[in-house]
Design a protein around this ligand. Structure first.
Ligand code: AMP
Length: 505
């Protein structure tokens, strides 16, 4: 099995089949295959011998998919960056990537460009160059080469790049395309709800392209307007919905989210955060023909490594819900604080070993050595998640550190704190999640200003949040800012986060 060959094979057999739909824009398999060939030729000629990763900057445009494929056909890993990120964040990724080429499908600030750029016009010229020569297959990304790099929130305040090889991706697809009732039909329509810069999107993008199906993309603007979103969904003919539980909860809050809206839907694939029993129950009532599958895994282990179908029986008898059984080429270990496996049923850190595990963080040996290790000859990753096993079934119990999930987004609390500390006039900052019914609803930042006369009114906090937007994406900005003169401390003299958490209740 080879993902690139498979996609090109679909283009030969079904050239006019739609590979992607986003708003009014469509992309056929023939266009995807031919245009990515032409882009690969261009990249190979221009960057002969160089294998540095290529940044692909945009949102849900067809050119994103073509660029991903064009890069790997030319032997370069790609780094998807969402155009909704603030300049400072993009700059940190560009700097860390050492990339020599940026494909900018959306407009980008000229401050960020210090190397070759292909904009939409240049891409269009390449796609329409008329060249029929297929790119040399020997240049392609090979099994052990990095296929993509996805940047996630890093506790230092700088994002870290997770490197996923072609072998990691193959291992994921081979397993994931057998989940739920996916194999029963070939002509699926996969609903995409996450930006391409988040690894959840790898599930819908590559399952769709691998099976010769159609990817139907939503975008951030659509999602912000639920009625508009539903109108799009209704036209999608979606058979598989890949989303976070937060996305489903947002949709379920509206009564019109039921099988009348998505009559062809057969399967929900959930990953990224805790799936609550009440969410699964409600989906079973409103979508009686659709299976609900709960998957678990971090970006560092290629999207997900465990899965379980949540049927009515599981939903009514087990709470919290299990997160699944491991794919066969991986092993789930539960380890104690000194890295020794614990007995079945005991709690500990979830460690993943096997073919899904990344080779490490790009250009960051220190973090790679901290989180990745060799377990009996297999790559292993310490997730920082707490869990336990009951037989082969994994249960997730939360985090052992300050990483959280808010509306499906992975966030290191320390990433926000470090960026608040970068603002002028801030002496210190602590961020605490507000939790309602076991789910994080928003973040509260407690800030000690250098100047006690800081404007603490609503106007002052709005201005404060505005300044923070220069460093952090919208989803990481705390909803509430509380200025204080000093933080409460515990008996060890450390900031008492529990006391602060009580204040946000
Ligand atoms: P990401 O790298 O963005 O996919 O985030 C990975 C983290 O999301 C994991 O380490 C878990 O903390 C959390 N996560 C992923 N899947 C699940 C799940 N099914 N249930 C609960 N938490 C999950």
């Amino acid at each position: 099995m080879d993902i690139i060959e498979t996609i090109d094979g679909h283009a030969l057999r079904h050239p006019d089949k739609l590979a992607h739909i986003w708003r009014e824009n469509t992309l056929t398999y023939a266009q995807l295959s031919q245009w990515s060939d032409r882009l690969a030729n261009y990249i190979t000629q221009k960057f002969c011998g160089d294998r540095s990763p290529v940044i692909v900057y945009g949102h849900k445009q067809n050119e994103m998919l073509v660029s991903f494929l064009g890069c790997v056909k030319a032997g370069h890993a790609y780094i998807p960056i969402s155009s909704s990120l603030p300049t400072d964040r993009i700059s940190a990724i560009v700097e860390s990537s050492k990339s020599k080429l940026m494909i900018c499908i959306d407009d980008i600030s000229s401050d960020l460009i210090d190397n070759e750029v292909l904009d939409c016009k240049a891409l269009s010229d390449i796609f329409n160059c008329g060249c029929e020569l297929p790119p040399d297959k020997s240049h392609r990304v090979k099994e052990d080469d990095v296929y993509y790099i996805i940047y996630t929130s890093g506790s230092t305040g700088k994002p870290k790049g997770v490197q996923i090889t072609l072998q990691n991706l193959h291992s994921f697809i081979k397993w994931a395309h057998t989940l739920g009732n996916l194999p029963s039909r070939k002509d699926h329509v996969f609903l995409n709800t996450a930006p391409f810069s988040f690894d959840l999107s790898v599930m819908d993008l590559y399952l769709s392209l691998y099976t010769g199906s159609t990817l139907f993309s939503t975008d951030e603007k659509m999602i912000a307007d639920i009625r508009g979103l539903f109108a799009f969904l209704n036209k999608s003919n979606a058979t598989v919905c890949v989303c976070t539980p937060s996305f489903a909860d947002m949709c379920l809050a509206d009564r019109s989210f039921h099988n009348g809206l998505l009559p062809s839907l057969q399967c929900f694939l959930f990953c990224g955060e805790t799936l609550m029993n009440k969410t699964a129950e409600e989906l079973q009532i409103r979508f009686p023909n659709a299976q609900v599958v709960n998957l678990y895994g971090p970006t560092e282990a290629t999207v997900s490594v465990t899965a379980v179908t949540i049927d009515h029986d599981v939903c009514t008898h087990i709470s919290p819900l299990p997160v699944g059984i491991s794919k066969s080429d991986c092993e789930i270990l539960i380890m104690d604080s000194v890295g020794q496996p614990v007995q079945e049923g005991e709690h500990g850190e979830i460690v993943i070993a096997g073919d899904s595990v990344s080779i490490g963080y790009y250009g960051n040996t220190e973090m790679t050595n901290k989180c990745f290790f060799n377990w009996h000859g297999r790559r292993a990753y310490r997730t920082g998640d707490e869990g336990y096993l009951k037989g082969p079934m994994l249960y997730y119990c939360g985090r052992l550190d300050f990483q959280i999930k808010l509306n499906g987004y992975r966030i290191e609390i320390e990433d926000i704190e470090n960026n608040i500390r970068r603002l002028d006039g801030v002496a210190n900052a602590t961020v605490v999640p507000s939790v309602v019914g076991g789910k994080i609803t928003h973040l509260v930042a407690f800030v000690i200003p250098c100047d006690m006369d800081i404007d603490r009114t609503l106007k002052g906090t709005i201005a404060f949040k505005q300044k923070l937007k220069a460093f952090l994406p919208e989803y990481m900005i705390p909803r509430k800012i509380v200025f204080m003169d000093r933080f409460p401390t515990n008996t060890n003299g450390k900031i008492d986060r529990k006391a602060l958490a009580r204040e946000v209740k």
